[in-house]
Design a protein around this ligand. Structure first.
Ligand SMILES: C[C@H](O)[C@H](O)[C@H]1CNC2=NC(N)=NC(=O)C2=N1
Length: 135
């Protein structure tokens, strides 16, 4: 796979996720990750990408996830959603059929980055994930 800019990614369409879709190697994964907006990181043994947000309130979080859900349906590629502690949102993406990352995951991430979301004025000093676990 060719590494794409975030603009190019956001204009692509997710292809069908059969077992045939190619898993990205770690070098391509890291290069592609660097093209996304800030905040995405690798998790689950480098087999998923995840981003965390502390949003203004619960309704903002729900509305954001609804918009992302609409995009996911359109793309036929579906992320895992988390909304915890009423304002901590996280999204995890991977390609289930290969148990790892494919270009589809980055296409979806680039599209998610284009959805506006109102963040909390009080951002956690530590990573959002750590804040949830300790509160
Ligand atoms: C037939 C259809 O394309 C597949 O079942 C899709 C649906 N959504 C999916 N979403 C994600 N994230 N990974 C998949 O492998 C996947 N497979």
């Amino acid at each position: 796979m060719q590494v794409c800019s975030r603009d190019a990614l956001s204009q692509k369409k997710c292809g069908p996720c059969s077992g045939q879709v190619a898993a990205l190697d770690i070098a391509t994964t890291k290069a592609q990750l660097a093209e996304l907006q800030e905040g995405w990181y690798l998790t689950h043994n480098d087999q998923r990408i995840r981003k965390d947000w502390k949003v203004r309130n619960f309704k903002v979080g729900m509305a954001f996830l609804q918009q992302v859900g609409d995009i996911a349906e359109e793309e036929g590629h579906h992320p895992d959603f988390h909304l915890e502690g009423y304002q901590y949102v996280a999204i995890e993406i991977w390609t289930h059929s290969i148990g790892g990352l494919s270009e589809n995951d980055f296409i979806l991430a680039a599209k998610i980055d284009q959805v506006p979301v109102e963040l909390s004025k009080k951002q956690p000093k530590r990573k959002v994930e750590e804040s949830i676990n300790s509160s």
